[in-house]
Design a protein. Structure first.
Ligand SMILES: NC(=O)C1=CN([C@@H]2O[C@H](COP(=O)(O)OP(=O)(O)OC[C@H]3O[C@@H](n4cnc5c(N)ncnc54)[C@H](OP(=O)(O)O)[C@@H]3O)[C@@H](O)[C@H]2O)C=CC1
Ligand SMILES: N[C@@H](CC(=O)OP(=O)(O)O)C(=O)O
Length: 379
């Protein structure tokens, strides 16, 4: 099956968080022009289809579980989530559907016949896959994709022997309701000490005691995160693999190597700890890398900066770091700042780095958007 710009493209999950960011990017880049979008819903089939700039689709939403309707499409783009992929994708393939499935969920990532897409880093792997008839293309884990967009130059040149990624992941990584819960938590906490806050002379330890009491009281809404995240953190993301590692931590090694197409002795060893923090958007990570060579810091910075148009080196100074290397600086931007690059005391091959990127853009929507363009021959 070959694909063209005029093909009908089914969109599932377009109103979710990743889906909304994807729709905005498609609008901003004029990507709706030339394709025929067909919008699906798991909750509102028959409802009015959305209108985006450049979309002429109109009509009504189709049922996202209607296999007959899905089978008619040459390309399906889904940002609906893993449960949906698990339920629908195998059924479509069982029916012999041989269209392109472009997905943001992790479900299919490690399948032998699926590729993880991050084209500024692995366009060669994607092109070879398309040529070989691969039909399932999946965006990578958000922290892994942001890491490789930032420091891909070092990895692609085989300069990394191993690395640890200690992450600081935003509430939005869990979805829209998680963001709301954190904001409500901050509101309730500050509301509980509003009188004391208005009085600059009030005792700070009394404020601290009251805040902690509320956080431990069970009165804060913790429906999404299970424990209060506002004013705290949770050093565990995704499921428990039973060996002390979280699934989010496992993805660092599994997905980095799959994206880069590294096997056997060529594999880079990656591990770390993944931590949820009470930021709204953008995932950050503190890295320790053991390089295969003792390279000058200036050379390391040059390799990172020149690898792609989005990786940007932030000078390792207090002021530049505080201004340019934060979730506040990176959110809403495709730029991936990389800073705190310096040699560590362990030896000349050991470096630190810190990177932060909008996980809804390069970590989710953007690789999927670009894969659609690659598939339709416009990138
Ligand atoms: N959030 C992130 O940072 C990242 C997410 N991903 C992956 O992307 C997939 C989708 O994640 P995400 O977008 O965060 O999920 P969301 O929960 O935001 O959206 C998923 C679906 O939930 C339904 N939904 C129910 N209530 C609402 C509501 N109030 N507003 C919007 N949608 C609602 C919608 O389906 P319907 O319209 O059919 O009812 C929507 O398509 C997941 O597989 C996730 O793992 C990957 C990388 C990063
Ligand atoms: N697990 C990420 C978001 C995500 O959806 O990742 P993945 O696509 O690998 O399941 C987070 O919570 O921040």
């Amino acid at each position: 099956m070959t694909f063209s710009r005029s093909d009908a493209v089914g969109f599932v999950g377009w109103r979710g968080m990743v889906g909304s960011v994807l729709m905005k990017r498609l609008e901003d880049e004029g990507d709706f022009s030339g394709i025929t979008p067909v919008f699906f819903s798991t909750s509102n089939a028959g409802g009015e289809a959305p209108t985006f700039a450049g979309v002429e689709a109109g009509g009504t939403l189709k049922d996202a579980h209607d296999l007959d309707a899905l089978c008619e499409l040459p390309i399906i783009v889904t940002t609906q989530g893993g449960d949906y992929t698990q339920a629908v994708h195998p059924e479509l393939r069982r029916r012999g559907w041989d269209g392109l499935w472009i997905d943001a969920a992790s479900t299919l990532r490690q399948n032998d016949d699926a590729l993880i897409v991050l084209d500024p880093v692995n366009r060669d792997v994607i092109d070879r896959g398309l040529e070989a008839g691969v039909k399932d293309f999946v965006g990578g884990n958000c922290t892994v994709s942001c890491l490789l967009m930032g420091l891909g130059g070092l990895f692609r040149r085989g300069l990394v022997e191993w690395g640890t990624a200690m992450t600081y992941q935003a509430a939005s990584g869990g979805g829209a309701r998680h963001m709301r819960e954190v904001l409500k938590g901050f509101r309730d906490i500050s509301g509980g000490v509003s009188t004391e806050l208005q009085d600059p002379a009030s005792a700070i330890l009394e404020i601290d005691r009251k805040v902690l009491e509320l956080q431990r009281s069970g009165d804060l809404d913790t429906a999404q995160f299970e424990v209060p995240l506002a004013g705290s953190l949770i050093p565990w993301i995704d499921s428990d693999l039973g060996n002390g590692q979280s699934r989010e931590e496992w993805k660092a090694d599994a997905e980095t190597n799959k994206i880069l197409g590294l096997e056997g002795a060529d594999r880079v060893i990656m591990d770390g700890l993944c931590v949820r923090i009470a930021t709204m958007r953008s995932h950050a990570q503190a890295l320790t890398l053991k390089l295969t060579e003792d390279l000058p810091v200036e050379e390391i910075e040059r390799i990172i900066d020149e690898d792609n148009e989005w990786a940007t080196v932030v000078p390792n100074t207090k002021e530049a770091t505080a201004r340019g290397l934060t979730p506040v600086a990176s959110s809403g931007s495709l730029q991936i700042p990389v800073g705190r690059i310096r040699k560590l005391a362990m030896g000349p091959e050991y470096i630190s780095a810190f990177t932060v990127g909008d996980q809804l853009l390069w970590g989710a929507a953007e690789p999927v958007r670009r894969m659609l363009k690659i598939a339709t021959g416009t990138l």
